[in-house]
Design a protein around this ligand. Structure first.
Ligand code: CU
Length: 504
């Protein structure tokens, strides 16, 4: 009965046939394509809401609410809380995020095309700022922004009809808009097409954002928002789901081989465009720009700031698949990296090989850098013992230095000199922090072998990181021992030695 009313509504509006109860998704898609140019957004108006109002199920990332499963338009009530809270942006680094629903990105909202959405925005009493919401799926000035301006401790309400199907970004639009978005105020709303999305085995919610902190990448402690970096479009972090490691280690996305996986991927910006790619997979389908058409067999899909895309792929080969922004320095040097772990039996007929992703992704996939955060805390409260420095330095060495000098410190003959039992280090232990901070180039003999290459300076490391890595190197692999303090590192940072590399 309800279905019939909906059909009549469509029929009167676009004079379309083919609204049969047994219509297959394909038939519906054809129908939609046929009328795409004639009906405009009106084709999503299936008349007044029917049945009892429905409370929308909201989910935190990376989870996606279940399909609405409805074939009629309903009144859907959405209650979204604005929460300002301190969270980790990277291990040992905190940041005051502004959120929709307590997470970055905000809660995922799922409705059906033609639904009437009654939207309640509640700004927590302990918030310091007023906020509002602009949903890109709203037809009406400001996308709801003016009607939802909400002071701390207030709740506002507005109602819209979801006329267009698609995956839409929502975000705060309170001035300064860039700052509200940069602090994490964005999320996704899926407006399902009338027949729903084709069923898959797993659905996940991933959203990219760029972040601007006063300190450098991975600089420990609390970091403030840096407006100038935001204006300059020079992010400190580029992240999936609001923190480095949100989707790696034991928080990686999971699936099994033989399954179809769907990603709902948004880009909150505020500034960067994402070249979204999954290393080792090809998207079978991409609903590009979050719209109703899909492309097939896609390697990398472009997601604009304030835009989204839906992608499906089938998993054949077990292992770790790395989600990246293929503007690749963002992935390996600013955090834009996530992991999807596929479990299942090997498929040597499709892929033979030797897994190398531990080296490729370095420490970014490690579930914890506990030693680093211990060191960060100890550093806040006073002095570190040599043992604590060694522990923290060990964790940082993995991934920072081990890529070239190898986890064993043995280096690679003729290419990367050894740090283990290095006579170059033994001759003057101060060389370790010097080389880290200023790099090194030109001919050098280490343990009787000649090297003539370049090590880039690693001046992005903080003074205590340099101190800890140096102390670790000095106290490991038969090196002479000793200690480098934070103050030593600060001193060495100021003076560039003769054989320093010109890189950076
Ligand atoms: Cu806001």
């Amino acid at each position: 009965m309800k279905h019939l009313i909906a059909c009549l509504a469509i029929a009167t509006l676009v004079a379309a046939a083919g609204c049969k109860k047994d219509a297959t998704p394909e038939a519906t898609a054809t129908h939609a394509a046929a009328t795409a140019d004639s009906g405009g957004s009106l084709k999503g108006d299936f008349g007044p809401p029917q049945g009892k109002p429905i409370e929308a199920i909201l989910t935190s990332p990376p989870h996606v609410p279940p399909p609405t499963g409805r074939d009629y338009p309903a009144k859907v009530i959405v209650e979204l809380d604005v929460v300002e809270k301190e969270m980790e942006i990277s291990e040992g680094v905190t940041y005051t995020f502004w959120t929709f629903g307590g997470t970055v990105p905000g809660s995922f909202i799922r409705v059906r095309q033609g639904d009437t959405v009654q939207f309640h925005l509640r700004n927590m009493p302990d918030s310091k700022m007023p906020h509002n919401i602009d949903l890109h799926g709203v037809t009406g000035p400001g996308g709801g922004a003016a009607s939802s301006f909400t002071a701390p401790g207030h709740v506002t309400r507005f109602t819209f009809k979801a006329l267009n199907a698609g995956l839409f970004v929502y975000h705060c639009a309170t001035a300064p808009v860039g700052m509200h978005i940069a602090n994490g105020m964005y999320g996704l709303i899926l407006v399902e097409p009338p027949a729903g999305m084709p069923p898959v085995d797993k659905e996940y919610y991933v959203m990219q954002g760029d972040f601007y902190t006063s300190g450098k990448y991975r600089e420990k402690g609390h970091q403030d928002f840096d407006m100038q970096k935001g204006i300059d479009e020079n992010p400190t972090y580029v992240l999936f789901n609001g923190s480095e490691g949100a989707l790696t280690g034991d928080k990686a996305l999971t699936a099994n081989t033989g399954e179809n996986v769907r990603l709902y991927v948004g880009n909150g910006g505020p500034n960067l465009v994402s070249s979204f790619h999954v290393i080792g997979e090809i998207f079978d389908k991409v609903w590009f720009e979050g719209g109703t058409r899909f492309n097939e067999n896609v390697q990398t899909t472009l997601i604009p700031a304030g835009g989204a895309a839906i992608m499906d792929f089938h998993l054949e080969v077990p292992g770790s698949y790395v989600l990246v922004d293929h503007s690749i320095f963002r992935a390996f040097n600013k955090g834009a990296l996530a992991i999807l772990k596929a479990d299942g039996a090997e498929r040597p007929d499709i892929y033979s090989g030797k897994e190398v992703d531990a080296m490729y992704i370095g420490d970014r996939a490690a579930p914890n850098l506990a030693a680093v955060s211990t060191a960060a805390k100890a550093q806040q409260s006073g002095d570190l013992t040599v043992e604590e420095q060694v522990e923290a330095g060990k964790a940082l060495f993995a991934g920072t230095c081990s890529t070239c000098h190898q986890p064993s410190g043995e280096g690679m003959p003729g290419v990367f000199p050894p740090l283990a039992k290095s006579d170059y280090i033994a001759a003057n232990p101060k060389r370790v922090p010097e080389v880290i901070l200023h790099g090194m180039q030109g001919p050098v003999k280490v343990n009787g072998q000649d090297y003539n290459s370049i090590m880039p300076p690693m001046s992005q490391l903080t003074d205590d990181e340099v101190a800890n890595i140096s102390t670790y190197v000095l106290n490991t692999w038969g090196n002479p021992g000793g200690r480098v303090t934070k103050a030593d590192a600060a001193e060495i940072r100021k003076v560039k030695p003769a054989n320093a590399s010109e890189g950076h």
